[in-house]
Design a protein around this ligand. Structure first.
Ligand code: F6R
Length: 366
């Protein structure tokens, strides 16, 4: 059942080219500009005209929500707030009649997310679900929703569900931007084509596996690890850190790279591995300076860079190359080596990768 892989997590990591394709199958046909989301028909207008969107989720799904915030704001010019479901539900949040609330959940059973949705509904919000498990509680409570169709995710650490969530949220944002006219036809078309090319790019990113494993061997005994990113890659840093914490029990923190000088830079010394997501995008020059700041303090830098980068490899200790894509789609590609890194480190530390201590696949208690 693990399809020849040693763990479900590794199988699920390697399934991503297929799970992303399954996610847009029948929905996205780039060469004729087609994007059909049957799951949001009735509320498509409400979404297009929304004055604001609130996203509620937990854990990895919350990280997908953060990427979606940047995407919706850039593509659709709709203000987005991303909330931990557990915080939202207990603080009498301001929700107006007709506000759009999007709940993101792999399992569809997360108690806090479910309660946040019910609260939003009781205040008159339109609640849309982005769920992996068909027929789950969250999918039943939503007014409408889009399934991620990533297939069953068995490993407790979420991997393919995350990239499928990003795929669905990107499709929703593109659909809204197109209807709203906030994205020109040509740009819209080029995004559809680029989205269609993501499975092949993920496939290529998976080829870093052997190299990532060698890097894992060097850092497996670290006690701490810092993950830095900017813009669309900031949530990728948070997600990379969460993956390392939950399955290898190494303390890790994700930070927006520019925040480093406001505190975490004090942690950096020769012992501190710093994973920097430094792909070529609009914040490239800024992240290069952040790398210099870390190197000046003798931190060990592992950089995720775009193919062909000739600058960063000369500055850092290790580089992992991934194929380039549009900034907004980079999280789907850049997250792959980070999933592999946490996986290999956990295996080398003899951790129970698929069932880490203290964690459950569905968190049905608050
Ligand atoms: C991380 C992880 C958890 C879940 C969180 C939300 O790898 O598995 O952080 O992402 O418990 O779960 P869902 O998406 O099922 O609501």
């Amino acid at each position: 059942e693990k399809g020849g892989f040693e763990h479900f997590m590794l199988k699920e990591i390697f399934e991503q080219p297929k799970s992303i394709k399954d996610c847009f199958r029948g929905r996205l046909i780039a060469n004729n500009g087609q994007l059909v989301l049957g799951g949001i028909r009735e509320y498509a207008n409400a979404l297009t005209n929304a004055e604001r969107i609130v996203i509620v989720a937990c854990g990895t799904s919350w990280h997908a929500g953060l990427v979606a915030e940047y995407i919706f704001e850039e593509f659709c010019r709709i203000p987005v707030e991303v909330e931990y479901a557990s915080e939202f539900r207990y603080r009498n949040p301001i929700i107006r009649e007709g506000d759009i609330v999007i709940a993101i959940s792999q399992s569809g059973e997360t108690a806090d997310t479910l309660a946040a949705m019910e609260l939003a509904k009781s205040k008159g919000a339109i609640v849309l679900g982005v769920c992996n498990v068909v027929g789950s509680s969250i999918s039943r409570v939503s007014h409408e929703g889009v399934y991620t169709h990533a297939g069953p995710e068995i490993g407790v650490a979420s991997t393919k569900a995350f990239t499928a969530q990003l795929t669905v949220l990107t499709m929703i944002a593109l659909r809204v931007a197109h209807r709203k006219g906030t994205m020109a036809e040509q740009r819209y078309r080029s995004f559809l084509a680029e989205l269609e090319s993501i499975p092949a790019k993920v496939e290529k990113a998976l080829k870093t596996d052997d190299q990532v494993k060698k890097i894992a061997a060097l850092f497996k005994d670290s006690r701490n690890c810092l993950y830095l990113g900017r813009g669309y890659n900031f949530p990728v840093a948070l997600e990379g850190a969460l993956k390392l914490k939950e399955i290898s029990y190494i303390h890790a923190e994700g930070y927006p790279a520019a925040e480093m000088k406001h505190g975490p830079i004090a942690l950096i010394d020769e012992e501190m591995p710093v994973v920097v997501i430094a792909t070529r995008d609009s914040s490239y020059d800024k992240i290069v300076s952040n790398i210099q700041e870390v190197k000046a303090r003798k931190g060990k830098v592992i950089a995720i860079v775009s193919e062909g980068d000739s600058l960063i490899p000369g500055m850092v200790d290790h580089t992992i190359e991934v194929p380039g894509t549009h900034d907004a789609l980079m999280p789907m590609v850049a997250t792959i080596p980070l999933q592999l890194l946490s996986y290999h480190i956990a295996v080398m530390r003899n951790c129970n990768v698929d069932q880490p201590r203290n964690l459950a696949k569905s968190v049905t208690v608050e």
